[in-house]
Design a protein around this ligand. Sequence first.
Ligand SMILES: [Zn+2]
Length: 156
Amino acid sequence: MIGKTKELLLRELRAKGLRLTPQRLVIIEVLIEMGDSHPSAHSVYDEAKKRKKGLSLSTTYATLNEFSRLGFIKTLQFDTMENRYEGNIEEHLNLVCGRCGKILDYQVPRLADPDEIARETGFSVTDTRLEYYGYCRACRGETMDGGDNRGGKEIG
Ligand SMILES: [Zn+2]
């Protein structure tokens, strides 16, 4: 999930004053290995606990929230499914499958320049979230007649 090498990431985390406990190290490893699959805390936990005995789900949540707060990963909150985490913090579009919950990254050209927005409107952009809702290739076959789920409210 994280487009950086482990070494670089560890250096950045240390620079922010974060203590690299064995639990945190394991979670970082898992996040890197999960690539851009936008895992939930549960899937990170399932994998991380195999490597670190005694790791708890609440520590996993706390660690992910901490990383997110520090800007190393991004938390994606949904109304009807678990929070997901992603390491690609550059502006991009997330394609969210309303059936299986898969999220694909899609690169888009820069939509609007935050500096320009600030100049024109006085509004200071602190975060962006771009999502398209629909069905992934694997799920499309089974939902051909019900493909209108753009509101994203039926995700589950
Ligand atoms: Zn799907």
